[in-house]
Design a protein around this ligand. Structure first.
Ligand code: COA
Length: 240
């Protein structure tokens, strides 16, 4: 794999296929930090544990490749609301964000500034209107509920992933206020619309949809004008 994220105008995104059937190899597991082993030990099922460990082995592998270091040398730090960053070795301006859902993880790497990533496996939302009420802005909710029911679930996940990627680019938690900002829900037009009614702030943001397999929705967001995303695929089974 070539060394990625060398271009400050581009965001590199990996769709990582996870393996629920077995853990990563012992060699790959040896590269993880103690907190990763402790967290993995807490999962209730092997399926969840295998996916989570594979995703974190893949993340470490991709960061190490981008930095030109061994995976085991990377230590993460954690921002006040949980956003991880590279604490050691020197990050060389490399920013990343990670998301996982179902059998996929999403890793975004950037050198132009902060980045947020979100992937969600679509699930039926029997309480869609109530979730929209608690998670979406007034205009997002109205636009969503005005759609035919057949279109609502896909639009719901477009809104959700765009909002979450925005929050994750900021490194903010849910306490930031999900109704303070609005994103578009059109499949072809992914944008931040406003923050606290300010449309000028929104113009400096980029949101890009990441093509995902059937049943998934994914995107990245950044408060700087990346020119393009490059999408790559990685299967964790290839890391053994
Ligand atoms: C942590 C959070 C950012 C996302 O959680 P999530 O969807 O369960 O998890 P994801 O798989 O997408 O992302 C988890 C990763 O994001 C990173 N992360 C954690 N907190 C973060 C933050 N505040 N900002 C950016 N990244 C963060 C971490 O790398 C984390 O992985 P780790 O636990 O292995 O370190 C948080 O906002 C949350 O709990 N959200 C709940 C979902 C929600 O209500 N979203 C509203 C959308 S409308």
């Amino acid at each position: 794999m070539s060394r990625a994220a060398g271009d400050a105008t581009v965001v590199d995104v990996w769709r990582v296929a996870l393996d629920a059937t077995r853990p990563p190899s012992a060699a790959a597991l040896a590269s993880l930090e103690p907190w990763e082993h402790e967290r993995a030990a807490k999962f209730a099922t092997d399926t969840l544990r295998h996916r989570w460990l594979g995703a974190h082995v893949a993340l470490r592998h991709l960061l190490a490749d981008a930095l030109g270091v061994a995976p085991a040398t990377i230590t993460y730090g954690k921002g006040p609301q949980g956003k991880r960053f590279i604490a050691a070795p020197a990050a060389q301006g490399l920013e990343f964000n990670f998301s996982d859902s179902g059998d996929l993880a999403l890793v975004a790497l950037a050198r132009g500034g902060p980045i947020g990533a979100d992937i969600e496996a679509r699930r039926a939302q029997p309480d869609l209107a109530a979730v929209a009420e608690s998670h979406f802005s007034v205009e997002e909710r109205q636009a969503l509920l005005a759609l035919d029911s057949a279109e609502q679930l896909a639009a719901f996940y477009r809104l959700w992933t765009r909002k979450e990627a925005y929050l994750k680019a900021l490194g903010a938690g849910l306490g930031y206020g999900l109704g303070r900002f609005a994103v578009t829900m059109d499949a072809e037009d992914a944008r931040l619309v406003h923050v606290d009614g300010d449309h000028r702030v929104a113009a400096s943001w980029r949101i890009a949809v990441v093509a995902a397999p059937e049943g998934y929705e994914a995107c990245v967001a950044a408060p700087w004008p990346f020119a393009a995303i490059r999408v790559h695929d990685l299967d964790v089974r290839r890391l053994d």
